[in-house]
Design a protein around this ligand. Structure first.
Ligand code: NAD
Ligand code: UDP
Length: 329
């Protein structure tokens, strides 16, 4: 009999790719989302699939699923700094109350649960590269604190459910991941630069661009998450690509790749924007025999083709999200 898996955040970037992967592996997938930062189009192709069902639900409210459940992947959460600045309370709630609800569901169903944590638990790191042993450097009351602290709480409550209730839990610390189905206007650097290139606008580098990131292609990320779920390791594992680049050099790469004539313009660096970020993936290599396979140039080309294929009106819509319609007061 097919295994049944619940994926929260299913209409988002990573959640929708995870739905595809688990369907491909023969699972029965239940996708759950309230569309606050997601998009129906990301799961439209699965609508009539016999092994896919979708439930529109805000996971900060009690979560109920009928029938057996073998696995839960909790991926619901705003993930872009612009999104979580606009909906800070929803961000705190989905990481805390939402995670509590899903842990409760996992316990009731005796399901194994994997939660999506983030490199942001390391904050603006003072240790480089970041290994799982590093405790981080987070400003609890800064604008990014709503995301970072929700994710840190998420890890703590997950470990508490594991230790106190014996729940089977897994924690992935995801480093910057990119690919198709990212929201073009969510403010993250890859859709931002690619959108600007397609609209013929100058590329906006924040600060002097010396801050670094390390970008992982979505297929590599999904493979790492898949292997972690079926491993027997309960502590957090970094999944990301260690190939580090400064944002200024990255902007130059995008200009070269897209053959655009725009220039780079500089804007203020957001508060608490991490200066350096690079995953130490030794643990994932050892435990999961995993490492990323996709070169940045290759992944960026595929992603740019995706953005290019979108209808023009989506390209010119500055922000297609009206968050207020999704927030229950
Ligand atoms: P995304 O915004 O594309 O997807 C998140 C999805 O969660 C959206 O579809 C949104 O509508 C849904 N959601 C949010 N709050 C919800 C709620 N209360 N109830 C139900 N659904 C809700 O973001 P993403 O990049 O796909 O990120 C997915 C997960 O991975 C998040 O938990 C994020 O923190 C984590 N993550 C992502 C990255 C990355 O680089 N993409 C890096 C680190 C961590
Ligand atoms: N950034 C930038 N220009 C943009 C968008 C982002 O220079 O138009 C920078 C941002 O300041 C950060 C990096 O790119 O240093 C990555 O930002 P992103 O929002 O993608 O994610 P983060 O890693 O900060 O969570």
């Amino acid at each position: 009999m097919s295994k049944r898996i619940l994926i929260t955040g299913a209409a988002g970037f990573l959640g929708s790719h995870l739905c595809d992967r688990f369907i491909k592996e023969g699972f029965k997938v239940i996708g759950m989302d309230n569309f606050i930062t997601g998009d129906r189009l990301n799961i439209e192709h699965l609508q009539d699939h016999p092994n896919f069902e979708f439930v529109e639900h805000d996971v900060t409210e009690f979560v109920s699923v009928e029938g057996k459940l073998d696995y839960i992947l909790h991926f619901a959460s705003p993930a872009s700094p612009i999104d979580y600045l606009k909906i800070p309370i929803q961000t705190l709630k989905v990481g805390s109350l939402g995670t509590h609800n899903l842990l409760g569901l996992a316990k009731a169903k005796s399901a194994r649960i994997l939660i999506a944590s983030t490199s942001e638990v390391y904050g603006d790191p003072l240790v480089h590269p970041q290994s799982e042993e590093y405790y981080g450097n987070v400003n609890t009351i800064g604008p990014r604190g709503v995301y970072d602290e929700a994710k840190r709480f998420q890890e703590s409550i997950t470990m508490a459910y594991h230790r106190f209730h014996g729940l089977e839990t897994r924690i992935v610390r995801i480093f910057n991941t990119y690919g198709s189905r990212m929201r073009l206007n969510d403010g993250r650097v890859i859709p931002a630069f690619m959108g600007q290139a397609l609209r013929g606008e100058d590329l906006t580098v924040f600060g002097d661009g010396s801050q670094t990131r390390s970008f992982c292609y979505v297929d590599d990320q999904v493979e790492g998450i898949y292997r972690l779920l079926f491993s027997d390791y309960v502590y957090p594992v970094n999944i990301g690509n260690p190939d580090e680049i400064s944002i200024l050099d990255f902007a130059k790469e995008i200009i070269e790749m897209t053959h655009t004539k725009q220039k780079i313009i500089y804007k203020d660096l957001p508060v608490n924007d991490p200066i350096q970020r690079q995953p130490d993936i030794s643990l994932a290599k050892k435990l999961l025999d995993w490492e990323p396979k996709t070169e940045r140039t290759e992944g960026m080309k595929i992603t740019f083709e995706y953005f290019k294929s979108l209808p023009k009106e989506r390209l010119y819509k500055k922000e297609h999200k009206d968050f207020s319609t999704h927030i229950k007061r």
